[in-house]
Design a protein around this ligand. Structure first.
Ligand SMILES: C[S@@+](CC[C@H](N)C(=O)[O-])C[C@H]1O[C@@H](n2cnc3c(N)ncnc32)[C@H](O)[C@@H]1O
Length: 108
């Protein structure tokens, strides 16, 4: 269930997926590394490679995708379908081992 405030936030991110990017910028996994923000690099250095990562509010999945390069269990969750569509397109284009989902149904 999404609250009234949640509906407004969800509507906003359905109209404006974040972080927006042109999929043509990512043609290989090296492009994820080349485009990584410093925050992503800090997280990548700080999180053990054997750790499982759940990125809640993953948006378009750029951070999850980057973290998945060195980890086997990365899951990005978001309630914006248009953001998830972009995350899934990125995952598919780069053949990433990355979970992308709207909700954790096994917890419901
Ligand atoms: C500012 S974007 C951040 C994207 C990404 N984490 C990043 O740093 O690049 C926030 C994201 O959180 C998602 N979000 C906000 N509240 C949420 C909720 N209750 N459940 C799922 N996703 C949520 C929005 O849809 C949006 O994609």
């Amino acid at each position: 269930m999404v609250s009234d405030v949640g509906s407004v936030v969800q509507g906003f991110y359905n109209k404006t997926p974040f972080p927006d990017y042109d999929l043509s910028r990512f043609n290989c996994t090296d492009d994820l590394v080349a485009n990584a923000w410093s925050f992503a690099e800090i997280l990548d250095r700080s999180i053990d490679e054997k750790a499982s990562v759940v990125d809640v509010g993953t948006g378009t999945g750029q951070l999850s995708a980057f973290l998945s390069l060195r980890r086997k269990n990365v899951l990005g969750i978001d309630f914006s379908d248009s953001s998830l569509n972009k995350a899934r397109a990125l995952k598919q284009k780069l053949s990433l081992i990355l979970g992308v989902c709207k909700r954790l149904t096994f917890l419901m």
